[in-house]
Design a protein around this ligand. Structure first.
Ligand SMILES: [Zn+2]
Length: 475
């Protein structure tokens, strides 16, 4: 039995680029695309399923390469407008990162994390992310962290129907915010080594489960909260077990200065020296990688290290923009030949929003409308993410690729007329326009509704959990 998607405007991967095919047919068998293009005399068999995509763009599922499902829902109302602006950093020193975020995370109990994860995964699916990289942080809960939470969260993502990369975080120390904006660091009792071993064991044991829909990734918490030995151990584990790595880096001026003072190196040099660059490495954030946060200030050797190692920088434009910060810039990274993808990081879990932000903030920073064209930004959210994950079978619609497909409505006041699907998708559309989502050949969203989650019940549980969490937050 095959599934036929007919009458849509299809974004197909042809000759190494996304191209628009009007009225093409996409045929799925099990988890794979087996035909894409004109029907060419092919006709559906009597048992085949036919889906009419009239008034829909049929596009590859979005590859969302950086997000957190266990805490994000509870940070609403706390993080949006607390300061992260470079010009104010002296007084506030990134209060969001060092004060608000730890305060909220400490207040979240394990059960609430799993409750939040269900809603987060459902929202990711509803808004067109089909592959998600979930960076778990449960280490802060109870000091040691419990890998059982990671397992429950992974199960939840799989039950919702997504393709998940589970990346439980480990680190040697945690940090916080002292009066006056100074950041303190405090080592965990065993320098986080038990948690590190738990995370490696989880990644080795769970990678490839659920017919390959679950993959795992090593996640050194932040470049400045791991000691150099821990980073090198992560590199050894990645090489030994063929695992990917994602590390938070380039998040704040404090982090940049800390690495300089502790190790006498720039962030890029330090990452290079500890094995944290490579085709299997994703850098989450990558915003403050130089003293002034401008990528044009990277030294030639730093550019060569990032570029030649084929490391991917995961941009998270919305979380910066809403607090007045900006990546400077995705155009500069492009000109330097550095691989790039996009993630949502925070709420809303709508990668369409981040595509629009990526394009617009880049144009503002560069004072030019000719940078960050829609087609490029769409690439970052699809093939850019897939390439970072080493997955030529994701982020594109072609024969032999996974059937991870998103339908976007164009039969609306908002959309019509669509002259250029890429401009519509990047600069006008939102996750609310997503009509159907298919992952691994299975429909998990239909008519905008997430099929595997009882939304009223899940939202009620989240609200109950959030009330209790809010009472425990100490700022
Ligand atoms: Zn993050």
């Amino acid at each position: 039995m095959k599934t036929w998607i007919e009458n849509g405007v299809v974004i197909a991967w042809i000759d190494g680029r996304h191209q628009v095919l009007e009225g093409a047919v996409v045929v799925i068998e099990k988890d794979l695309i087996v035909h894409i293009g004109p029907a060419n005399g092919l006709v559906p068999g009597p048992d085949d399923i036919r889906i009419n995509a009239q008034g829909r763009i049929v596009m590859p599922g979005l590859v969302n390469t950086h997000l957190h499902v266990t805490d994000t829902m509870f940070t609403k109302g706390y993080l949006e407008e607390s300061s992260n602006i470079s010009s104010q950093a002296k007084e506030t020193n990134y209060g969001t990162l060092y004060k608000m975020l730890p305060a909220v995370r400490h207040a979240i109990d394990p059960e609430s994390q799993v409750i939040a994860a269900e809603c987060a995964f459902a929202e990711l699916a509803r808004t067109g992310s089909t592959t998600v990289v979930e960076l778990g942080y449960d280490y802060e809960v109870g000091g040691d962290g419990d890998i059982a939470i990671t397992e429950q969260v992974a199960h939840t993502g799989i039950r919702v129907g997504l393709r998940c990369y589970s990346a439980p975080r480990f680190r040697a120390m945690h940090y916080g915010h002292a009066p006056g904006g100074k950041v303190w660091y405090e080592a965990y009792p065993d320098n986080g080594r038990k948690r590190f071993r738990d995370c490696v064991d989880f990644c080795v044991g769970w990678d490839g489960k659920f017919d390959g829909r679950l993959r795992t990734m090593l996640a050194p918490g932040q470049i400045d909260t791991c000691d150099p030995a821990m980073l090198r151990q992560a590199r050894e584990a990645a090489d030994a077990h063929k695992l990917l790595i994602q590390v938070h880096a380039g998040q704040s001026p404090n982090e940049y200065e800390r690495i300089r003072s502790q190790h006498g190196m720039t962030t890029v040099d330090y990452m290079h020296s500890t094995g944290m660059l490579g085709p299997d490495v994703l850098i989450g954030h990558g915003q403050i990688m130089t003293a002034d946060g401008n990528m044009a200030s990277l030294e030639p050797r730093e550019v060569a290290a990032l570029r030649d190692s084929q490391t991917t920088v995961v941009h998270l434009p919305w979380v910066k923009a809403r607090r007045g910060g900006v990546i400077n810039s995705i155009e500069k990274y492009k000109q330097l030949g550095i691989r790039q993808s996009i993630g949502t990081d925070t709420f809303p879990f709508d990668l369409f929003n981040d595509m629009r932000m990526a394009a617009t903030v880049c144009r503002i920073v560069e004072h030019s409308v000719s940078v960050a064209p829609s087609h490029d930004v769409f690439n970052m959210a699809t093939v850019g993410g897939a390439d970072a994950l080493g997955r030529p079978d994701l982020g594109r619609l072609a024969v032999g690729c996974k059937a991870d497909i998103v339908f976007v409505r164009t039969d609306t006041f908002k959309a019509a007329p669509v002259y250029d699907p890429f401009k519509f998708l990047v600069l006008s559309a939102s996750g609310d326009d997503v009509d159907r989502v298919i992952v691994d050949g299975v429909t998990i969203v239909e008519g905008g509704r997430v099929l595997n989650v009882d939304m009223p019940r899940a939202v009620a549980r989240l609200n109950d959990a959030a009330r209790a969490v809010r009472e425990r937050v100490v700022l």
